[in-house]
Design a protein around this ligand. Structure first.
Ligand SMILES: C[S@@+](CC[C@H](N)C(=O)[O-])C[C@H]1O[C@@H](n2cnc3c(N)ncnc32)[C@H](O)[C@@H]1O
Length: 338
């Protein structure tokens, strides 16, 4: 054991208590504390006044988060942003605040309470706890749906630069992003490649939130927005089709249905770009392995290996070309419609 590492029991207890950190960051994100610290340190009393919270209790929250490096306690109960805390700002280049707000939401939190049920039965925890799937649940709760879309927008912003460096999206003329959420990833591609046109499709109540995202990136005039289900149809005419963070939401049979929908819209030779994690090697890549559990608990999907994606491609008549890894744990699985 490294002389600097904590005793095994202490290290394990910290892991066990990770839920406390999750909820504390969630509260700071929901209150917008990082934005309030953007101009410099402020006292916890001033932050309490600005957020309409209980001063003594907000201080305890910020003090705890300073203990794990999210904020820095300056003395006289003032706090500053650290490198980690900056990522909670809404204007951060790689924002995590929307994700923190979503992950701590009661309905997501409650779904994770069904993990033991999932492990005992192989069934989906979300369905067990809420009696429906997350897509139907969120469609019934517009504010939770908007919160999830913001979380996805944050994750796309966090990954975009690495993905655009890893794969040349500029070789196409028209890209269709199937299940593209509010359009953050497609917007980043269009912003980098001014000759490109895009088609964004997702559920109608999701694409209805795309306008501000596309406008902020200055690409709204080059992007068509289409509402609908990827189990029914995808827009024709693209020369590349993106599925980013879609297949990991589903088991193999619905993945094949989604790929078949895309294939029907694609001419032979059209490129398929599946943007997903690589599940990684044993004993490594905890982010991918815990995302796999998150998929089990939430939408009843799974993370996969490049071989498993290649098998899905083959099942629908896509030739698997290559996996383009990036500097982050997500890469581009490229296929071609045979
Ligand atoms: C994990 S999110 C990924 C969003 C986006 N591609 C990204 O990477 O930020 C999955 C997306 O699938 C969409 N989705 C779920 N069921 C769908 C359906 N039946 N038809 C179209 N989109 C659907 C959701 O609305 C959501 O935007």
């Amino acid at each position: 054991m490294d002389s600097n590492s904590p005793r095994p029991s202490v290290a394990l207890r910290r892991l066990v208590n990770g839920y406390q950190v999750t909820q504390a960051i969630h509260v700071a994100a929901v209150l917008g504390i990082a934005d309030l610290l953007a101009a410099g340190p402020r006292s916890s009393d001033a932050l309490a006044a600005a957020t309409n919270t209980h001063p003594g209790t907000l201080y305890r929250l910020l003090r705890a988060l300073a203990g794990v490096g999210v904020f820095h306690e300056e003395g006289d109960r003032s706090f500053a942003l650290t490198e980690l805390g900056v990522c909670l700002r809404s204007d951060a280049p790689e924002p995590i605040g929307g994700w923190a707000a979503f992950v701590g939401e009661a309905y997501h939190w409650q779904a994770w309470s069904g993990l033991l049920h999932s492990v005992r039965t192989g069934e989906n925890a979300f369905q067990h706890v809420h009696g429906t799937d997350p897509w139907t649940f969120r469609a019934r709760h517009p504010e939770l749906s908007a919160g999830f879309d913001r979380a996805m927008t944050d994750l796309s912003r966090q990954l975009s630069a690495a993905l655009l460096a890893a794969y040349d999206f500029g070789r196409f003329g028209q890209i269709v992003d199937v299940g593209g959420g509010n359009g953050a990833f497609l917007a980043s591609i269009l912003a980098k490649h001014p000759h490109l046109h895009g088609v964004l499709c997702d559920q109608p109540h999701v694409v209805s939130g795309a306008g501000p995202v596309l406008a902020a990136a200055g690409v709204a005039d080059r992007c068509e927005v289409v509402g609908g289900s990827f189990f029914e149809a995808a827009p024709a005419g693209g020369d590349a089709y993106i599925l980013k963070a879609i297949l990991h939401d589903w088991e193999d049979a619905p993945c094949i249905q989604i790929l078949q929908t895309c294939r029907r819209a694609m001419a032979a030779g059209t490129v398929l770009l599946v943007v997903e994690r690589d599940l990684g090697q044993p004993n490594q890549d905890p982010d991918a392995k815990f995302s796999d559990l998150n998929m089990l608990v939430g939408p009843m999907g799974r993370e996969r290996t490049p071989e498993e994606y290649a098998a899905l491609f083959a099942a629908v008549g896509f030739r698997f070309v290559r996996f383009a890894p990036s500097a982050v744990d997500t890469g581009v699985y490229e296929g071609v419609a045979a």
